[in-house]
Ligand binder design. Structure first.
Ligand SMILES: [Zn+2]
Ligand SMILES: [Zn+2]
Length: 157
């Protein structure tokens, strides 16, 4: 250490603020979404306040207000307009699920459970048990949960 180190006071406090924000959310520019670090899913812009109010009661009010103000200024896409990834790598910050992919030709349907996959195959492909397993294990993600849930997959190799 040379002892001449200058501490950039202003810059430091800006850094600190954005670091604090980054502790809770990830702004993904590519898809125009905000991902909650703890819950590992994207939260629509108009749900940010409610999400932090209800799911992050331990976060100080001031921090929650900062997050809300920060997100309000961002250019985010509504869930229905978020593009599907064409990438082969997982989206940072989103949870990984062990799901299933349909193996019928021209069908890449993804389901979270065997039960829902069986239902899909019966309904879409007239699948019957004697045909055997027509799906395979698949790592996948979803941007949003509940009403906007839509699984996406990628090749892990
Ligand atoms: Zn959360
Ligand atoms: Zn299918």
């Amino acid at each position: 250490m040379n002892g001449n180190e200058i501490k950039p006071a202003v810059k430091f406090s800006l850094c600190e603020q954005s670091t604090q924000m980054e502790d809770y959310i990830i702004h993904n520019h590519q898809y125009g979404i905000i991902i909650c670090r703890q819950h590992k899913y994207a939260v629509p812009k108009n749900w940010i306040r409610r999400h932090f109010q209800e799911q992050h009661k331990d976060v100080p009010l001031e921090t929650r207000q900062n997050i809300e103000a920060y997100v309000a200024d961002l250019n985010l896409l509504p869930p229905s307009e978020v593009p599907l990834p064409e990438s082969t790598i997982p989206v940072e910050g989103l949870a990984l699920y062990n799901g299933y992919k349909c193996l019928y030709d021209e069908c890449d349907e993804l389901k979270g459970t065997v039960k829902s996959m069986v239902k899909h195959c019966k309904y879409e492909h007239k699948w019957i048990k004697s045909v055997g397993v027509k799906w395979t294990a698949q790592a996948m993600q979803t941007f949003f949960v509940s009403s906007h849930l839509k699984y996406i997959s990628f090749n892990c190799s």
